[in-house]
Write a protein that binds this ligand. Structure first.
Ligand code: AHN
Ligand code: ZN
Length: 346
């Protein structure tokens, strides 16, 4: 525990009733994956979620995130990648999902063959009314935005860029097994998102188009013929402390209804400090593949930082994207918002 948390408890001991003491005490234990985090919890997240809507367990989501990171960087063609893929399949089966794997060889920008694996977990597969939630599970092979050039060729932990979104989806899977919503849900963990051309490779004409290989494959070869869903929601970098989710512009252009629904749901649940009512930039991310090839309206919940020099969080594609960069409070804001959206579908 840190000094600030101790100070709060001491003040509470003298001036506040026992409940406040308990809340202050619990929040410093429960709500930081990062032991150094100093933030206390907003009041809204301590109240039970709306009636009949399950309560997202951020401890579990954080644990699922840490388990991925513990395998090491999940770079295609490495043993850590194989082991983590096996972990997802085993865990999603344990949570009662109908699991489909797409194993495919995909070529990156340099022509390297990647042993890729998209993992699809379906709930109520017979239900024609479906929604799709997705994230990428692979991690970037190079920290090409690290401030220290000596780190540029080192693979990243991808605690936030990768693991966090999958951690939230695993906790949602656990909840879906406990209580069935009124619609079918597909969770897809896409592979080979983050092997885009690095900054240090010159002469790559459009590096932004070298990402998202796994989602491009699935979107053109879905696991069920003519796969369709009401809408899709992509989680990308949803776990950093003080993350800010600006409205990504492809999401505004192609899926404004679901975008506004998610942002309003988050706002009413007290998560307005994460879900910002302002526009961000256009991001070439997995959702664009699903919009383009499957014609499903999709949004990207992605941490954008208009003041940062990359437009993303300071940790983006650096060695700082470690578990220190994960906050249970942020995972909770995203996960609880998604549960509200899922369980309110008719
Ligand atoms: C580009 O940088 C072109 N798109 C961001 C996709 C991404 C990479 N998300 C996480 N890592
Ligand atoms: Zn990335």
């Amino acid at each position: 525990m840190n000094m600030i948390a101790i100070t709060i408890i001491q003040i509470n001991l003298h001036h506040l009733p026992a409940t406040s003491l308990a809340i202050a005490f619990l929040s410093c234990f429960l709500f930081s994956c990062n032991p150094a985090a100093k933030k206390s919890l907003p009041e809204s997240s301590l109240q039970p979620a709306e009636k009949d809507i399950p309560n997202f367990n951020a401890d579990s989501a954080c644990q699922y995130t840490r388990q991925q990171v513990d395998f090491g960087p999940r770079v295609p063609n490495t043993p850590a990648h194989v082991a983590c893929g096996d972990y997802f399949v085993r865990t999603l089966k344990r949570f009662g999902a109908n699991v489909t794997e797409q194993k495919v060889i995909l070529q990156n920008y340099a022509g390297t063959r990647l042993n890729a694996r998209n993992i699809i977990a379906s709930y109520q597969p017979e239900n024609i009314n479906r929604i799709l939630l997705f994230a990428h599970w692979d991690t970037r092979p190079f920290a090409d935005h690290d401030p220290n050039p000596e780190n540029w060729r080192i693979p990243i932990d991808g605690a936030n860029d990768g693991a966090g979104g999958c951690g939230v989806l695993l906790e949602i899977a656990r909840q879906l097994q406990i209580k069935q919503p009124d619609i079918g849900v597909d969770l897809i963990l896409f592979d080979a998102e983050d092997w885009g051309a690095p900054l240090f490779e010159n002469n790559i004409p459009h590096p932004e188009n070298s990402y998202c290989l796994g989602s491009a494959y699935w979107a053109t070869n879905p696991h069920t013929p003519n796969y369709n869903a009401r809408y899709g929601i992509l989680l990308d970098m949803v776990g950093a402390p003080d993350a800010t989710f600006y409205k990504e512009r492809y999401s505004i252009r192609y899926a404004s209804r679901i975008l506004n629904k998610v942002w309003e749901t988050a706002q009413s649940a007290g998560f307005g400090r994460y879900f910002i009512q302002a526009e961000g930039g256009f991001i070439e991310d997995d959702h664009v593949q699903v919009i383009k090839h499957r014609n499903i309206p999709c949004i990207d919940i992605i941490h954008l930082d208009p003041d940062g020099d990359t437009g993303f969080g300071h940790y983006w594609h650096t060695l700082h994207d470690s578990m220190d960069n994960i906050s249970k409070e942020t995972l909770y804001a995203v996960g609880q918002t998604l549960l509200l959206v899922i369980y309110n579908e008719k």
